[in-house]
Write a protein that binds this ligand. Structure first.
Ligand code: THU
Length: 130
């Protein structure tokens, strides 16, 4: 885990803006994600979308991945995740989904009140592979 670069902080701000589109009436915990494709395309945004049947909720990070893959993008350099909390790292399920498309991508998130950056391989060191 290290201090983010200026580019990574810009990505984090994009994630913060995406959180404004979250649909989180049950948890009141809006989350935003900004997924940076390799090669400099604009980040693809995601927000959590909840449901009255709680288990159908979909996290911000996975929504960003699914939107990006649907748009034809499959290689990612970084993802930023924002929630209005002291610590808001991506959940385990999202780490596994992210690893499918970039096990070494950089993850930018809030930890202990600070925005930090870490390679996904540090957050998910022994991912499932078929
Ligand atoms: N959530 C995310 O969007 N990403 C995560 O990595 C963890 C949790 C959402 C799911 C739910 O809508 C809310 O945060 C509270 O768990």
């Amino acid at each position: 885990m290290r201090t983010p670069t200026d580019d990574e902080l810009r990505l984090y701000e994009a994630a913060r803006s995406a959180a404004g589109n979250a649909y989180a009436p049950y948890s009141q915990f809006p989350v935003g994600a900004a997924l940076q494709p390799a090669g400099g395309d604009r980040p693809v945004l995601g927000a959590n979308v909840e449901n009255a049947s709680f288990g159908l909720t979909s996290c911000a990070e996975r929504n960003a991945v699914f939107a990006a893959v649907t748009a034809g993008l499959r290689e990612f350099a970084a993802i930023a995740v924002h929630a209005d909390a002291g610590s808001a790292p991506p959940c385990g399920a999202c780490r596994q989904v992210l690893a499918e498309f970039g096990p070494e991508m950089i993850v930018v998130y809030r930890s202990g009140g600070e925005v930090v950056a870490a390679p996904l391989s540090e957050l998910l060191p022994d991912r499932f592979v078929p």
